[in-house]
Write a new protein. Structure first.
Length: 299
């Protein structure tokens, strides 16, 4: 089976897209995901043409399909709450600009946490998301927004597949809406990922599997239904290695990029090179943490 695997990689000021591609290649990836700046804030630098061109050349040279490259919008974007008008306008403008940045980078998938209703209630939250997306998507662009399946932490919307269906059904330009599944989030939301084909059937019935265009692969520190959203390294959480392998190698998701967002070891060392190796071999490394620590300490 054709495996499309990668991870979140950095996007830094003086290397930009070029640095991201180099990092992804170091991990043995043929897919990757970036934030165009810090995930926690909306400060963004302007893109450097030269680094952009060099990055694209390296992508092409290594046969990475641009469909397997993803941008993730920052966490603080919250379309579900429009109480503060100033922040609302800022948010909508930011997303429109982020779409333009994606176009410049040659990336056509922008993953978005749809938002938290902060006590307004799910229905109001979902309608606010619909209103926001209608504005963000009003112009024409090849860039799609991928709504992420959320864990249900706090007042997050879209921990239920029905929420995602509601949004897709009510957004005008909904051919520009797709979905990014997240294995940790779906389990935390109460979906049983150990019976993954049943989960996919359910998603297919409610939303349509054709809408899934990326999947975040994370183990979970918590149990099914806990709504905590704490990612664990592959095989080191409650989903377990075999279940994650079954998700990754499920034939129905074969052409969809799988992106790791697992935690750095000791908050310092990226685990991806070694997690990807385990995934490719389908063999769990019980000494993963030691292997990674040793590798980076000796670099
Ligand atoms: Fe996310
Ligand atoms: Fe995710
Ligand atoms: Zn998460």
């Amino acid at each position: 089976m054709n495996l499309i695997i990668g991870s979140h990689v950095s996007f830094v000021k003086d290397k930009q897209l070029l640095g991201s591609v180099e990092e992804a290649l170091n991990y043995g990836s043929n897919a990757f995901m970036i934030y165009t700046g810090a995930p926690q804030n909306t400060n963004r630098i302007s893109l450097n043409n030269d680094l952009n061109t060099k990055g694209k050349e390296l992508i092409i040279k290594n046969n990475i399909d641009f469909n397997n490259i993803i941008v993730h919008a920052p966490y603080i974007i919250n379309l579900a709450n429009k109480k503060d008008e100033e922040f609302r306008n800022f948010t909508l403008n930011f997303l429109k600009q982020e779409i333009k940045r994606c176009e410049e980078l040659g990336i056509y998938k922008l993953v978005l946490h749809p938002g938290s209703h902060v006590g307004l209630g799910e229905e109001v939250g979902l309608n606010n998301i619909v209103d926001g997306l209608n504005i963000v998507l009003e112009d024409n662009s090849p860039v799609k927004i991928l709504i992420e399946t959320m864990s249900g932490k706090g007042t997050e919307c879209c921990y239920k597949f029905e929420h995602i269906k509601y949004i897709i059904d009510n957004v005008k330009n909904n051919d520009r809406l797709e979905v990014c599944m997240d294995s940790c989030h779906m389990s935390d939301a109460g979906y049983d990922i150990t019976k993954f084909d049943i989960l996919l059937d359910e998603f297919d019935k409610i939303v349509g599997l054709n809408k899934v265009s990326a999947i975040h692969i994370n183990d979970s520190k918590n149990n099914i239904g806990d709504k905590k959203d704490r990612h664990a390294n592959i095989g080191y959480g409650n989903l377990g290695f075999d279940n994650i392998i079954n998700i990754i190698y499920n034939k129905r998701l074969e052409n969809i990029p799988k992106i790791l967002e697992t935690p750095y070891i000791e908050n310092t060392y990226p685990p991806y090179k070694f997690e990807i190796e385990m995934i490719k071999n389908k063999i769990f490394n019980p000494n993963l943490i030691e292997t990674i620590t040793k590798y980076y300490k000796n670099l």
